[in-house]
Design a protein around this ligand. Structure first.
Ligand code: TEU
Length: 571
């Protein structure tokens, strides 16, 4: 299952083989994927209907964002029943059929496990909040007021205080996200038992793993100290006291012993605030916790400045900064832990808009370049729905276009309440980084609503669906779709792509992201031009085999705008 540090003659670590290292994962955000019944909301039967499309793409695993019963304050990341399917998404029979069909096509399914918090409509919280001596009281984190106010100054990830006062019992409960997402109290062994039981429930159904939502936040510093207040801030930063907390590794080891080790699963922890050192523990090669984590350093290189706060910005990240982060992770986990590789997901803007160039001229070329850059690195690659057809960010014309609680709350806080920025500035930040960019419906074809639904979509379709859609991509042999299919095939063909060591190249360049992978006598050279201009690159010599490129012909010593090139040689 895990890698071991057996330096071979060349001094290169030999990775232990595992199916989840060889796999490519495709993330589905069910609400926005495909609607089969015309209610404007994607559903499980919609996914089942499109499994052949995913088979064509060649992916190995689906990561399914939450499909459990939920009042949808945060689109399913607020769960009210872990053993039932969200009404809008279908039934348990639909789920079983989807799982069976996927397995028949050789596709595994990894579920989202959201257990840092539940919905406030979950039975446990309904009980817990009903009285101070209810048997479920300690399932959540309740505190007395401090001088008539919140127990500390922590800010929730979705703006405002992380504490909500509950009139009935005169105490506050902690919610790191929305107030409808109370944090579970993992200190309570009964809570851990409940979580392990529900995991068992899904494992017995035959699912293939878990993506664990903010799993780095399950153990809180029990002193609950005030956090540092950042520029312009009203509240304090809770991250130092909720991320990578004192007992998180103990809890995950317990989960591993109790559940994970008993099944053949793939596990990936979403690890807000994770450092390299912490990741080496979560994803330790000894297999005692998880297989890998999602880190956020490469998506967080740009932060808001001036009147704009936190993640809200219109600035584009610099390749050299991203490369610095990713190379650090590639080298830092070598022989210790396994990396996950991603450009985007349901919480991030679209990859091609953020890191590439989504203009008509360069969209396809730069989307392919980004794909090469990521998929040739060492780790398990994740594709977010629509990335494989080069879907782009959308444009927000007013707050009316927003569905995401994070955006809506941020707008209310910064524009309406604090008045530290204005409507247009905020909307332009939304165009750049809002989560709803990723949540506009999957663009299937050029018919009404992009073929997503026959009804009224729950969120506005990106107006560019007439040209950017799956049907058009499937008909065009040069599309982003077929390029992803080729990349996935290469991964399944050449072990050097999966198991080879990583060596950074051209680290001084502001334009070219290049690296080498080695396994035995195989040497893979990868170079990607992140700019719209020619760039010098002397890495490719005659005699090697060109494995894949977004250009049909190459010029010696030069990479064209957004050109990506991969060459295989023998040493
Ligand atoms: O996201 C956790 C997380 O770290 C987010 O706050 C992330 O930083 C933010 O969305 C970026 O803008 C997970 C889920 O992926 C997200 O969809 C949920 O809203 C959140 O947890 C609460 O469950």
């Amino acid at each position: 299952m895990e890698s071991r540090q057996t330096g071979n003659a060349a001094g290169i670590y030999e990775e232990r083989k595992a199916w989840w290292k060889e796999a490519v994962v495709y993330q589905i955000y069910p609400r926005s994927f495909a609607d089969s019944d015309g209610d404007g909301i994607g559903d499980l039967n919609g996914i089942t209907a499109h499994l052949p499309y995913l088979r064509k793409l060649g992916i190995d695993v689906i990561w399914l964002s939450p499909v459990y019963q939920s009042p949808n304050d945060d689109n399913g990341y607020d769960i009210s029943d872990y053993r039932a399917i969200m009404t809008e998404f279908g039934t348990m029979e639909d789920f079983d059929r989807m799982l069976e069909r996927a397995h028949a096509l050789g596709i595994r399914i990894v579920m989202d496990l959201v257990v840092n918090h539940t919905s406030d409509e979950h039975r446990w919280f309904v009980e817990s909040s009903s009285s101070r001596d209810n048997p479920f009281r300690d399932y959540y984190i309740w505190k007395e007021p401090r001088e008539g106010r919140e127990p500390n100054n922590w800010e929730s990830c979705f703006s405002g205080s992380a504490w909500q006062y509950d009139e009935r019992t005169g105490m506050y409960y902690l919610h790191c996200f929305s107030k409808k997402q109370p944090d579970l109290n993992w200190e309570n062994p009964k809570v851990r038992e409940e979580v392990f039981d529900l995991m068992d429930f899904w494992c017995r159904k035959g699912i293939d793993g878990f993506r664990m939502d903010v799993i780095s936040m399950i153990s809180k510093n029990q002193d609950f100290p005030d956090g540092p207040i950042k520029d312009n801030g009203v509240y304090g930063d809770m991250f130092p006291y909720v991320c990578n907390g004192p007992r998180v590794h103990e809890y995950l080891k317990e989960m591993n012993r109790r559940v994970l080790s008993r099944y053949d699963l793939m596990t990936v922890g979403e690890a807000a605030g994770v450092t390299l050192e912490e990741a080496a523990k979560y994803a330790c090669a000894d297999g005692s916790e998880l297989n890998m984590v999602f880190q956020f350093e490469h998506t967080d290189t740009v932060q808001g400045e001036g009147s704009v706060i936190g993640k809200w910005t219109t600035r584009k990240p610099r390749m050299s900064e991203i490369r610095k982060v990713l190379n650090k992770w590639q080298l830092g986990l070598e022989g210790r832990a396994w990396n996950s590789l991603y450009w985007d997901n349901h919480d991030q803007p679209r990859a091609v808009s953020r890191f590439g160039n989504d203009s008509e001229k360069w969209r396809v070329v730069s989307a392919k370049m980004l794909a090469v850059c990521l998929h040739m690195m060492k780790g398990t690659p994740y594709i977010y729905q629509g990335e494989e057809i080069g879907m782009t960010n959308t444009r927000f014309t007013s707050l009316e276009d927003c569905r995401d609680i994070e955006e809506i709350n941020a707008y209310r806080q910064y524009v309406t309440r604090l008045k530290i920025t204005d409507d247009q500035t905020m909307l332009r930040c939304f165009d750049t980084v809002a989560r709803d960019n990723a949540r506009t419906p999957m663009q299937w074809d050029d018919s009404e609503n992009a073929g997503f639904t026959s009804g009224t979509p729950w969120i506005r379709v990106n107006p560019n669906f007439k040209t950017i859609n799956a049907e058009a991509a499937l008909e065009d042999p040069d599309s982003v779709f077929w390029f992803y299919r080729d990349l996935i095939r290469l991964r399944h063909t050449y072990p050097v792509i999966v198991y080879g060591s990583f060596e950074p190249l051209m680290e001084e360049s502001e334009a070219v992201y290049a690296y080498r992978r080695r396994l035995g006598d195989q040497v893979l050279t990868v170079a990607c031009n992140w700019t719209d201009k020619d760039q010098a690159c002397g890495l490719f010599e005659e005699g090697g085999m060109d494995l894949i490129s977004n250009y049909k012909t190459h010029r010696e010593g030069i990479l064209g705008p957004y050109e990506a090139r991969v060459m295989l040689e023998k040493s």
